[in-house]
Design a protein around this ligand. Structure first.
Ligand SMILES: Nc1ncnc2c1ncn2[C@@H]1O[C@H](COP(=O)(O)OP(=O)(O)OP(=O)(O)O)[C@@H](O)[C@H]1O
Length: 287
């Protein structure tokens, strides 16, 4: 199955099918703009990824894959390499070795940060970054317009399309009553939800969330868990988090949780399985 995504696909936009696609990787065919090949089920595939900082291996032969539509929680002690992994996926850090693929054919290790964002990988950092002096709805509209290369030529369509999309995302975020408030006046939890909404405006295929509930109240934490659960099926997600209540609300009984330690996967399975894993108890969760 292939999934259509809005790609700019024009000269000079940083996306190069020759280097992104199959001819460069030996996978047999080129990636056409607008498609992510998830025919083997995986939206993200990392194999033996290593990143060294002055000889220290922040990632040490890290291998993992995420299925299309999956919501994967990643946990692990400080310094396990979770942020470095996200840096590699988003093109912020180049791996010294290993494979990093979006779908079957898009070699992320060969693309720069803006190109990776544009082909559908959205990233949410820990701190919310919203346009505080603009109303909530305008933050969403601006996020859509930020994808300027593609939209500029579709200006007439943009207004209708943007309005529909803003309304849809506001409803999804449960921020309709706040639509006309300044983003700077929102609570911390609402700002975090708004920023996720800004990423959704760009229709990501894969959303990476780095410790999204840090600093949130319990209620805000559960509201965010509900939002991410509502997003299931619309995009694949990887959530790095230390808050185990939040992880439990996302993973449920059957969801897969990956535990990282020392730059690699220490354990992987249901939350109950990793919680009872001796190595995980030893290195992270404690008794
Ligand atoms: N730019 C860098 N230069 C040197 N060392 C780095 C750099 N970035 C990360 N590291 C080191 O790599 C290791 C992994 O860091 P990383 O931030 O990826 O871990 P983490 O699992 O995200 O931790 P936390 O849960 O605290 O956010 C750490 O020991 C960190 O000090």
């Amino acid at each position: 199955m292939t999934t259509a995504i809005p790609l700019p696909g024009k000269a000079g936009d940083g996306f190069d099918p020759e280097t992104a696609g199959g001819s460069a990787t030996g996978l047999g065919h080129l990636v056409r703009p607008g498609e992510i090949d998830v025919s083997h089920g995986a939206i993200l595939y990392l194999e033996d990824v290593t990143v060294s900082f002055d000889g220290f291996k922040a990632l040490n032969n890290l291998s993992l894959s995420i299925d299309e539509g999956e919501l994967r929680c990643v946990i692990g002690p400080n310094g396990a390499g979770k942020t470095t992994m996200m840096d590699v996926i988003t093109g912020k850090t180049r791996p010294d070795a290993g494979k990093v693929f979006l779908g079957q054919t898009i070699d992320l290790a060969r693309l720069d940060e803006p190109s990776i964002a544009r082909i559908g990988v959205g990233r949410k950092f820990q701190k919310p970054t919203v346009f505080t002096s603009h109303p909530v709805w305008e933050n969403l509209e601006l996020a859509m317009k930020a994808d300027k290369g593609w939209w500029a030529s579709l200006r007439a369509r943009l207004d209708r399309e943007a309005q529909r999309k803003v309304e849809e995302v506001l409803a999804l975020l449960h921020l309709e009553p706040e639509a006309y408030r300044l983003a700077g006046d929102l609570s911390h939890g609402q700002k975090q939800r708004l920023e996720i909404g800004m990423l959704l405006m760009q229709q990501p295929q894969l959303l990476l969330l780095d410790e999204p509930v840090a600093g949130m109240t319990d209620q805000e934490t559960m509201e965010l868990a509900e939002l991410l659960n509502r997003l299931r099926g619309t995009c694949s997600m990887m959530v790095v988090e230390h808050d185990m209540e939040f992880v439990a609300a996302l993973a449920g009984d059957a969801g897969r949780v990956t535990v990282m330690a020392e730059g690699r996967v220490l354990a992987d399975g249901t939350l109950a399985a990793v919680r009872s894993d001796e190595a995980v108890i030893e290195s992270y969760l404690g008794r």
